[in-house]
Design a binder for this molecule. Structure first.
Ligand code: AVI
Length: 318
């Protein structure tokens, strides 16, 4: 990651406007902070999606199994699997219908995959876990070698961290690798009032602020950066035109920050920001358009009780 990190940081901080990609959040501390975010009272996404799995896992699995007709074992693939706690509900439902199954979690973090493998080996020993340490795109050639029907999961509204063009490219890649035997289970957060969305990304306990600022901590540690965290402010903004929450780090002063390993000094004006993440909030036509552009049929959609979140399930289009 070292040279990748250097390239990515150099590009983002010398660009205008300044930005850093959200992938940089997830070092060990960032992954720990993200797990805490998922438990915050304001961050409803994880609980809402989980409640859909709790209530509808059997139905989801039946629908996924129906795609290929009876008799063949379904393999479950998950992009950005993390700790796989929600997926466990689905795998348990699948094991009520077939004696064993293969689960292929994909993540850039070997630590997260180890944890998921360990947990599943205890809770669901009939699941054979075949982890892939890779980016989503990097895993596609290996996915193409899987035989039989596959349920590909991309949950947690992770798709919302991608621009539509990138999301479409990824879904197409997935569809291309898995072919007609694939179905896609996609979790998306839904568009709603900014009064609910903003606190979800700017919580009272300051965990999301720490998660955002951890990017600067990481640059200080790994690239000899001299960011003073007290001179940057976490900001969560609702961008109505693009239907997305944006996270930024705003400079509270005019300042210069040197980054030793890059041999650069970055200038900030007071109020200038580094854009660190976008999190798109969808309506149903928007999500369906993405799935269709990615090579999947019109989805069946499942909601939580408060209709805050949606899980879409669709077979590959013919
Ligand atoms: C991982 N991803 C879907 C989260 C989101 O909601 O966009 C990351 C996150 N950023 C701030 N809070 C959570």
């Amino acid at each position: 990651m070292a040279t990748d990190l250097a390239d990515v940081v150099r590009r983002g901080l010398t660009d205008f406007p300044k930005s850093l990609p959200p992938l940089l959040f997830y070092d060990e501390e960032g992954s720990r902070l993200y797990e805490r975010i998922t438990e915050l009272p304001e961050y409803y996404l994880t609980r809402a999606e989980r409640s859909i799995f709790v209530q509808r896992a059997d139905e989801l699995v039946d629908r996924a199994l129906a795609v290929d007709g009876p008799g063949r074992q379904l393999t479950v693939v998950e992009l950005g699997a993390g700790s796989a706690t929600k997926t466990e509900l689905l795998l348990a439902a699948l094991l009520r219908r077939q004696a064993a199954c293969v689960y292929v979690p994909i993540d850039v973090s070997p630590a997260a995959l180890d944890l998921a493998t360990q947990r599943l080996s205890e809770s669901l020993p009939a699941v054979r876990v075949r982890p892939i340490v890779a980016t989503h795109e990097g895993a596609l050639p290996q996915l193409a070698r899987i035989e039989g029907p596959v349920l590909a999961m991309f949950i947690g509204s992770s798709i919302g961290n991608l621009a539509d063009e990138d999301a479409t490219r990824l879904l197409r890649g997935l569809r291309g690798a898995l072919g007609r035997r694939a179905s896609l289970l996609l979790g998306t957060d839904l568009k709603k009032a900014p009064e609910i969305l903003i606190p979800a990304y700017d919580d009272a306990a300051g965990v999301t602020a720490a998660f955002n600022k951890n990017v600067l901590v990481r640059i200080n540690r790994e690239l000899g950066g001299r960011f003073d965290l007290a001179r940057f402010r976490h900001v969560a903004r609702w961008n109505e035109g693009r239907s997305r929450i944006e996270m930024h780090l705003e400079s509270t002063d005019d300042q210069r920050v040197s980054i030793e390993a890059l041999g650069i000094v970055v200038h900030f004006r007071r109020g200038e920001t580094i854009h660190t993440e976008s999190s798109v909030k969808y309506d149903l036509p928007h999500a369906a358009r993405l799935m269709e552009a990615g090579g999947f049929s019109p989805p069946t959609v499942y909601f939580d009780e408060e209709r805050r979140f949606a899980v879409h399930l669709a077979p590959a289009s013919r």
